[in-house]
Ligand binder design. Structure first.
Ligand SMILES: C[S@@+](CC[C@H](N)C(=O)[O-])C[C@H]1O[C@@H](n2cnc3c(N)ncnc32)[C@H](O)[C@@H]1O
Length: 337
């Protein structure tokens, strides 16, 4: 992660993206960045090995031809995701997770195990829980919201492609823990008949309003107290931040926010495979890694198996629910009152 972060800081994904697939030599790349070729070579050798970049070797055919193809570094599909401003850029996600406040809690994992999760790694490292820390540090708040928006740009199109029928006939949707509004913007672009409400903590809504998207409503509040009323609740990557007790409380408030007869709660979260299915599931590594992220960064959060999801949904009083796979790490779980 740190070496990928180094490449982002140096702007290497952007430089190679602008080459339109033409290889760039080490010497051109180092003069573009303004650094020594020998150190850069070691960084690039590692990142080529990890397939973040590709190194084009001039082939025998190329050497005989007059073609301008030469040895050098070329972008890959992965490096395109690391450009600073691309449509699908994940750079902010890497920058957040390589920031000192997000890295420090990882060193508290052993204590967390020894105290059965009663010591809180993020709070021990940073003096506050993750949400209060963001409230007190506006730069970190922006970084966190921008990083979450990276995931939304990847996952929300997968929700739209895989589950568009869920949004037919909905007049209003409230995105609970909706961050900077990217998710709701994408949903309203795809389903323009929906009135989109972005609901989050006051400091997040204050930041979201700076990036104001025309047509969205922004409401500040606390999901543990009440959630604004709408035809449907959308809630992505929020419930995994919380233990069962808090999760049930949030889900009950989601249920209270929607009509009893036709309302639904659309949950977008990873579903960890049961033991016997684990080997065949291609995103399993990412899901299990996200569970470790929850252990390091939150007090009670965790990724859940389908049985664990069923438990919290039943306890919150939903009558039934369905699971839908989409082309993403997350699945869509729809809960009905
Ligand atoms: C992991 S982020 C996910 C953001 C967004 N849903 C996404 O997937 O990109 C969790 C969000 O929950 C919000 N949140 C945390 N506690 C909250 C509370 N008590 N009430 C409302 N939102 C809260 C955070 O501010 C943050 O935006």
């Amino acid at each position: 992660m740190a070496v990928v972060r180094c490449a982002i800081d140096l702007g290497i994904p952007d430089i190679l993206e602008n080459q339109d697939g033409r290889p760039m030599s080490l010497s051109d790349l180092s003069s573009n960045i303004g650094c020594s070729p020998s150190t850069l070579h070691r960084i690039m050798r590692f990142l080529v090995n990890r397939r973040i970049f590709h190194h084009h070797e001039k082939s025998t055919i190329d050497q005989k031809s007059t073609s301008s193809n030469s040895n050098g570094y070329v972008k890959t599909a992965l490096s395109s995701l690391l450009t600073k401003n691309g449509d699908k850029s994940m750079a902010a996600f890497v920058v957040l997770h390589t920031s000192p406040s997000m890295l420090a809690p990882w060193l508290g994992l052993s204590k967390r195990v020894l105290t059965d999760c009663k010591s809180h790694a993020f709070e021990a490292a940073n003096g506050k829980d993750i949400w209060s820390y963001a409230e007190a540090n506006s730069e970190h708040n922006k970084l966190l919201n921008d990083a979450m928006a990276c995931d939304s740009r990847l996952v929300v199109p997968a929700v739209i492609d895989g589950c568009s029928e869920l949004f037919l006939g909905l007049e209003s949707v409230v995105d609970v823990g909706g961050g900077n509004g990217t998710t709701m913007r994408l949903l309203v672009e795809a389903f323009p008949w929906i009135r989109g409400i972005v609901f989050d903590l006051p400091h997040v809504i204050a930041h979201a309003k700076e990036e104001y998207h025309v047509g969205l409503d922004y409401i500040a509040g606390d999901m543990f107290h009440a959630i604004p009323k709408a035809d449907s609740v959308f809630i992505k990557w929020v419930l995994h931040d919380w233990g069962d007790e808090e999760c049930i409380k949030i889900l009950k408030n989601c249920k209270d926010a929607i009509p009893k007869d036709k309302g639904k709660v659309i949950i977008v979260e990873a579903v960890i495979s049961e033991e016997d299915e684990r080997k065949s599931e291609s995103f399993e590594y990412v899901k299990l890694m996200l569970d470790m992220v929850m252990m390091a960064e939150t007090e009670t959060g965790k990724q859940r198996t389908s049985k664990e999801w069923e438990h919290v949904l039943d306890q919150a009083g939903f009558s039934h629910h369905t699971f839908h796979s989409i082309q993403a790490v997350q699945s869509v779980i729809v809960a009905y009152p």
